[in-house]
Design a protein. Structure first.
Length: 561
């Protein structure tokens, strides 16, 4: 086994290096090239054209406000919910903990579309209802603004911030706060001087990760920003390659270099913050005891507020899509609206050849891509956890590098690469792009699973004469089933709803669900869009249930054997 580890490590370094570094290298080369057909004819004119564009300054200003605003909202909301769920006696805490992360399963494109259906100024259902109820002449809300973008993106990014802050909040030793109060400090001073400084690494980490996610965000700026003519870097780049008569991948690559540099810098800061978390340890032994703060008369008002947030984040987006898929046009829910419901949009979607083809392609990419991604992730996670060498450290750095790549930027890099190969305009191009972009999401849960498996089990198997492959198949993999299932579900759901890489690499014949939904949005076909969106959510849910059931059955079979 020891003899095969170096060979396995360097093979994986080659594979992962090609997946992560190739698009970056091609992005650099493409930014200095005349065009897709002029690779090798180098020029700096693309950089000059992009960075002297008078519109760029306004785009950068919008991007800064959007990124800072959405990350601040996500972090603040996560901090509030984490405090209530982990430190107080609010009712149904277990349910609210689950609800706080459920929005991760709703595709970003559909979440953004649902808010457009609710708050667009012309016929948004919530706006129409308020106009009728309050006898208003104009819609009270307009989602197609920078504030609307910040609201929707902040709600989307909140679950990630919550997953970072909640564990730190739950393990906080409240004896520190009690000591502060004993010495006369009030609740506000204790919060500012004790609680927040101790939680600073988690808060800053969630804020930085929110910056990364909102900088890479594409669905919200596309669905909400572009109709209101509020451009950020992602949509500004998209318009260079997908709109107009003269697409310019060279200018897109030149602009993408700046976005990529900013994203990588933020990830470096994020990793530095999380690596220094030991300095803020408050649980060291017998002194720690968890404590619950009684809300008193604020208990039910806080419960109602959290319930309202949960309704807005989960029930409302899915409900508005389901409702819109059955009504003939935008209508406020009423007796007349319910009486006019029908399956017209569903029938049209299921009879549309492009929709059927996109559905088939997405399922193939979701199931096949997740399977290939998990197999690769198993070997990469094994080397990262088990092989303690510099080469293994290099593999770990390469495997997590793509986490900092904005999807549309790296999609442009892959475009420059694939156009030189037979993979261009095929499903294989999308498959490679998906795996390269989302590989860290498969490696994370599997690395955690490998840590739980003691190496003595492998050594015992090898001593008894089993080959390395047999040991992996008969001993290690059965013990990794929970991690494998988690990784597969995560990858499959992401591949099924993937948008940013798809809008760059997808070509006629390789349409996927997210791209087809986007086309319906561009044409204002909200009923068809909603029906196809519900199909996407249903397939994603079915894959989760199926994978979980198969994983449980496999684990039981190996346990009985």
């Amino acid at each position: 086994m020891e003899a095969t580890r170096p060979r396995l490590t360097w093979t994986l370094i080659l594979i992962v290096g090609l997946l992560t570094l190739c698009p970056v290298a091609m992005l650099v080369i493409g930014s200095f090239s005349e065009g897709l057909n002029g690779l090798g004819t180098f020029t700096a004119s693309k950089y000059v054209a992009v960075y002297t564009d008078p519109a760029l300054l306004g785009v950068i200003g919008n991007t800064v406000v959007f990124v800072l605003g959405s990350s601040t909202l996500a972090t603040g909301l996560a901090l509030f919910l984490a405090y209530l769920n982990t430190r107080t006696d609010i009712p149904f805490k277990g349910l609210f903990r689950v609800i706080s992360i459920v929005p991760m399963m709703i595709p970003h494109l559909l979440f953004a579309v649902s808010w457009a259906l609710l708050l667009n100024p012309s016929n948004g259902m919530l706006n129409l209802a308020l106009k009728q109820a309050l006898f208003l002449d104009a819609a009270p809300f307009d989602v197609y603004t920078l504030a609307g973008m910040i609201l929707v993106e902040g709600l989307l990014d909140m679950p990630i911030a919550y997953l970072i802050i909640a564990p730190a909040m739950g393990s906080f030793d409240v004896a520190l706060e009690e000591s502060s109060r004993v010495f006369g400090a009030g609740a506000w001073r204790t919060l500012v001087r004790i609680t927040l400084p101790v939680l600073r690494p988690a808060i800053l980490a969630s804020f930085i990760l929110g910056l990364v996610r909102s900088l890479a965000s594409f669905a919200v700026p596309l669905v909400i920003g572009m109709p209101g003519r509020v451009d950020v870097l992602a949509t500004y780049l998209y318009q260079m390659i997908a709109t107009g008569f003269a697409t310019d991948f060279g200018k897109a690559a030149a602009l993408g270099m700046s976005v990529l540099a900013a994203s990588v810098t933020l990830i470096v800061v994020y990793r530095a913050l999380t690596s220094e978390s030991e300095k803020f340890v408050t649980i060291s032994g017998r002194g720690y005891r968890p404590s619950v703060i009684a809300l008193g008369r604020w208990r039910m008002p806080m419960f109602a507020l959290v319930a309202l947030i949960s309704l807005v984040m989960i029930v409302l987006p899915v409900a508005v899509l389901l409702y819109t898929s059955f009504v003939p046009y935008a209508m406020v829910p009423s007796a007349r609206a319910f009486s006019s419901m029908g399956l017209k949009h569903w029938i049209e979607v299921l009879e549309d050849p492009l929709s059927v083809a996109s559905l088939s392609n997405s399922v193939i990419l979701g199931v096949g891509g997740a399977t290939i991604g998990v197999v690769l992730s198993v070997f990469v996670a094994y080397v990262i956890v088990r092989v303690r060498t510099r080469a293994a450290g290099l593999l770990e750095s390469l495997s997590y590098l793509s986490f900092s790549f904005p999807g549309i930027v790296i999609g442009v890099g892959f475009m420059w690469f694939f156009v030189q190969t037979p993979l261009y305009a095929t499903l294989w191009a999308l498959l490679v792009g998906y795996i390269a972009t989302y590989l860290p999401y498969g490696i994370r849960p599997l690395s955690s699973a490998f840590v739980q498996v003691h190496r003595h089990l492998e050594e015992s198997s090898l001593v008894c004469g089993a080959s390395p492959f047999t040991t992996l198949r008969r001993i290690v993999v059965p013990l990794l089933v929970p991690g494998i299932v988690s990784a597969w579900i995560l990858l499959a759901s992401m591949f099924l709803r993937e948008l940013t890489v798809s809008v760059v690499l997808s070509r006629p014949g390789t349409e996927v669900l997210a791209v087809q939904i986007l086309r319906y949005a561009d044409d204002g076909l909200w009923g068809k869009l909603s029906a196809l969106g519900i199909v996407m959510i249903a397939i994603s849910t079915a894959l989760v249930i199926l994978a979980t059931a198969l994983g449980k059955r496999f684990r039981l079979a190996n346990t009985s054997a």
